[in-house]
Ligand binder design. Structure first.
Ligand SMILES: *Cc1c(COP(=O)(O)O)cnc(C)c1O
Length: 363
């Protein structure tokens, strides 16, 4: 097993390796052809739809214009990008392509993003857990204890959801060198941290898959654009099994427009980071709060004295946060997304109010 292609083929499920993908109507059509030819190949409606804007044509299944823009922005080649209906689609497809149900296993480092385990269960993968230590740093020995030749995916979320901290570079390197399957590095919160993306090293490590999204720092969660960045063999495999038109025309159009303004994204991410700092400093001063964990993301994990009580109280006051207190090492922890300055002021006021109303003043 020498070439990247051979390595990736060996990791791919046999049925996917031999799959002949659906060839959609527009797969072979060069760019711009829709405007130039009479297109009567796909049973579209030449009379148009009821809306003013024309959506009568199927979108480009390869999302070429969006891929060009992303390639430039991420400094990778177009054939190193898979674009999905959110990065959740990429997670789903990684299971479909590489994890043989009832046979293969995946390694998770809880507490982490819940979707990995949900997808693992959907695809009947054995989920093996190598929990983070109580300080939320990974435990390499636990990871290696769980790993065997059927370990196909290892999910590292960095910065991690819900704990907020980045995973150490040395550990990621060790995993990239020694893990037998694909190392999936989820960088959904990358833009809120001061660190470079691992995407710069996808040519160096054939088993590295980086996930990114427009849902967080780009502020486009409603559009549904996520991506996987990896070598062309992994990317081809994902493209082969995706729904032909997994991104709709409006999403492609607006995603492209948004990508013209990375300056706006960076300015807003910087504002969120500044508010994260302000909120963290104010939260630790509150009676109800025990610990505010350091965060490289757009949320804070906060250990409080009574998470269930505070969660209910905040909900009654119209503030919805995430109660993570049932997750391993997250006893009494709430995850609070950084809001606007006014929203964060409300959060602080309501937590103070909770203390005032629940503190029994002894005579
Ligand atoms: C929010 C989030 C995502 C984004 O998912 P999309 O499907 O792209 O919206 C991915 N991974 C993690 C860890 C997240 O928290």
């Amino acid at each position: 097993m020498n070439t990247v292609q051979e390595k990736i083929e060996a990791l791919t499920r046999p049925n996917i390796r031999s799959l002949k993908p659906y060839s959609s109507a527009r797969d072979e059509a060069p760019e711009g052809i829709l405007a130039q030819r009479i297109m009567l190949d796909a049973n579209e409606n030449s009379y148009g739809g009821p809306l003013e804007e024309d959506f009568s044509r199927y979108p480009d299944p390869q999302q070429r214009v969006l891929k060009q823009a992303l390639a430039k922005l991420k400094n990778v080649q177009e054939n190193q990008i898979f674009i999905g209906n959110g990065s959740d689609e990429a997670i789903d497809l990684l299971f479909r392509a590489f994890v043989q149900p009832g046979q293969d296993n995946v390694i998770l480092l809880p507490p982490t993003y819940g979707m990995y385990a949900v997808q693992g269960n959907i695809h009947d993968a054995e989920i093996r857990q190598a929990p983070l230590r109580p300080d939320f740093l990974p435990d390499p020995e636990a990871i290696w204890r769980q790993t065997d030749q059927h370990s196909k995916l290892l999910f590292i979320c960095s910065p991690n959801n819900p704990t907020g901290q980045r995973m150490p570079d040395e550990l990621v390197l060790e995993l990239l060198h020694k893990f037998p399957g694909l190392v999936v590095l989820d960088e959904a919160y990358l833009e809120f941290s001061a660190h470079a993306s691992w995407a710069a090293r996808i040519s160096e490590f054939s088993n590295l898959v980086v996930l990114q999204t427009l849902s967080k720092a780009w502020g486009l969660a409603g559009l549904r654009v996520g991506m996987a960045l990896s070598n062309p063999f992994v990317i081809n495999t994902l493209n082969k099994i995706k729904y032909p038109y997994n991104l709709n025309a409006k999403t492609i159009q607006l995603g492209l427009k948004a990508l013209e303004r990375p300056d706006k994204m960076h300015a807003k991410a910087a504002q969120i980071v500044a508010e994260r700092q302000r909120l963290a400093l104010a939260l630790v001063e509150l009676e109800a709060v025990e610990t505010v964990f350091p965060s490289d993301a757009n949320f804070l994990l906060v250990r409080v004295k009574d998470a269930d009580g505070l969660y209910q109280f905040m909900a009654q006051k119209g503030i919805v946060v995430r109660n993570r207190s049932r997750e391993i090492h997250c006893e009494n922890c709430l995850r609070i997304t950084i809001g606007t300055a006014a929203e964060n002021d409300q959060v602080l006021a309501v937590i103070q109010e909770f203390t005032n109303e629940t503190t029994i003043i002894l005579p």
